[in-house]
Design a protein around this ligand. Structure first.
Ligand code: PFF
Length: 466
């Protein structure tokens, strides 16, 4: 007999809606804002290659494992892990995996919302014509003025948190489904238009070369860690967001196919965003490694010069906000669902509590770009020169998410019985099942652990690598 559990929070109306919602979670600032700037900071091609490897070797197996656990547990990650650990006769400590996820969700959303606030501010800037005929210098000034003004950042951060909570309060099927159906395809079309512009007016060849010619001298353990972190971040893995969404997945949907589709869509958007941005960077003599401001300093130049740029630019930033919005919802949904289950409170109260907590933590990021640029307590350590934002980003993307993903794979591929795994995954093709099991059992856990050890310098100390 298959295990039959029901979700008290609702279901997706179809498999297709799950793919849209999971893609909505995956595609966000991570693809359009973060991927280009960390690829730029870490030398381009070699980073991109590592990133793609991480998606294939870690991303897809973890995503399948995460959906598997979610659909079997049918509740928030904390309770899913509690239920499954009991069912598989494993230690109760597995619930801490859910707790780690909830915590990561709070921390990520706290800074994610500030950056989404930049996009909101840019909707207004673009729509009011700030960028018409703009020069690189002027565009840079507009961005600096924004981030050096804590009041403005705080305002937009607040607006974004309120927007997110408005959808979360309505629950999955009421709020999210409607949003993703239209917005995702629209965003895709706009990125294609941007690439068209970059082809005609940017230095397209230079952009291609930068993204796809690996220069391995740029590689070091930190770059490998960042590529791995970015793969987890971009696919929304390792913190229970996809587990939560998996818990709303109808019983008959194929986990393998849906996971694959989501990973493909997400990767495609990241690469396309790179193709839209770097040609403009090189054509205008901008710095590819300038960091988090990259798209905000680059895209306005394109919008300022192209005909119809005011309209396109405004729509672009609106869609970027929407992409961030659908991701933000998934970042906080595990926490909201858990509070509802744990304290039997209403969705409204739970959402309010989560919203306020995230808003408060977000203040750290608001001040990271102006009065509180560096945290001095860490001077002399490897965290020297990092701001609160840098620290949160490093801790969540590069440590918490890969750690969560590693544990998810261990539970799915080792701790569950073979029967439970097969029953839930329902992969008809034996070879495909074995590939997943091999990756989730060996490649992902060993790969993630090796990368951690490499960064800590432990492999070097053991003379295992030079
Ligand atoms: N994947 C999102 C992005 O690329 O913007 C960010 C994210 C959402 C990370 C949900 C983690 C998560 F659980």
């Amino acid at each position: 007999m298959a295990t039959v559990r029901t979700s008290i929070h609702g279901y997706w109306s179809s498999r297709f809606v799950f793919v849209l919602a999971a893609a909505g979670s995956a595609v966000g600032l991570g693809n359009i804002w973060k991927f280009p700037y960390i690829a730029g900071e870490n030398g381009g091609g070699a980073f991109v290659l590592l990133y793609l490897l991480c998606i294939a070797l870690f991303g897809i197996p973890v995503m399948m494992s995460e959906v598997l656990l979610g659909r079997r547990g049918r509740s928030s990650p904390v309770n899913t892990m509690t239920t499954l650990a009991a069912e598989e006769k494993r230690t109760k400590a597995w619930r801490l995996l859910g707790v780690l996820g909830v915590l990561a969700g709070f921390l990520i959303l706290s800074y994610y919302s500030v950056i989404a606030g930049w996009a909101l501010a840019y909707v207004v800037e673009t729509a009011t014509g700030t960028f018409s005929g703009v020069t690189g210098e002027k565009a840079g000034e507009v961005f600096t003025n924004l981030i050096s003004n804590p009041q403005r950042l705080l305002f937009w951060h607040t607006v974004f948190i309120v927007l997110t909570m408005l959808v979360v309060v309505r629950g999955v099927s009421g709020g999210l489904e409607k949003a993703v159906r239209i917005l995702m395809p629209a965003l895709f079309i706009l990125i294609i238009i941007m690439i068209g512009y970059a082809m005609l007016n940017g230095n397209f060849m230079e952009g291609l070369k930068f993204l796809f010619t690996p220069d391995f001298s740029k590689l070091n353990p930190e770059v490998v860690l960042k590529a791995m972190g970015q793969a987890f971040f971009s696919l929304s893995l390792g913190m229970g967001a996809i587990m939560m969404y998996g818990s709303y997945l109808p019983d008959d949907a194929s986990i393998a196919t849906t996971s694959f589709q989501v990973a493909m869509a997400d990767t495609l958007v990241a690469i396309l965003a790179g193709l839209a941005i770097f040609p403009i960077v090189f054509a205008n003599g901008l710095e590819a490694s300038q960091g988090p401001g990259l798209i905000f300093n680059t895209l306005p130049l394109a919008f300022g010069q192209m005909s119809g740029g005011l309209l396109f630019g405004t729509i672009f930033f609106i869609l970027l906000v929407f992409a961030a919005w659908t991701s933000a919802i998934s970042l906080i949904e595990p926490a909201v669902a858990w509070l509802i289950e744990r304290f039997s409170i209403s969705r409204f109260i739970s959402s309010m509590i989560c919203g306020v907590v995230v808003w408060v933590i977000g203040l750290g990021t608001v001040y990271s770009f102006n009065s509180w640029e560096k945290i001095e307590v860490f001077n002399g350590t490897f965290l020297e020169n990092k701001s609160f934002f840098d620290l949160l980003d490093y801790l969540t993307s590069n440590i918490m998410l890969p750690l969560g993903g590693l544990l998810i794979c261990i539970f799915a591929a080792w701790s569950m019985t073979e029967k439970s795994r097969r029953e839930e995954l329902k992969i008809k093709h034996e070879g495909a099942y074995k590939v997943w099991r091999f990756l989730a059992r060996y490649i992902t856990p060993i790969g993630v652990i090796l990368i951690f050890l490499h960064v800590l310098g432990i492999l070097e100390k053991l003379n295992l690598v030079t």
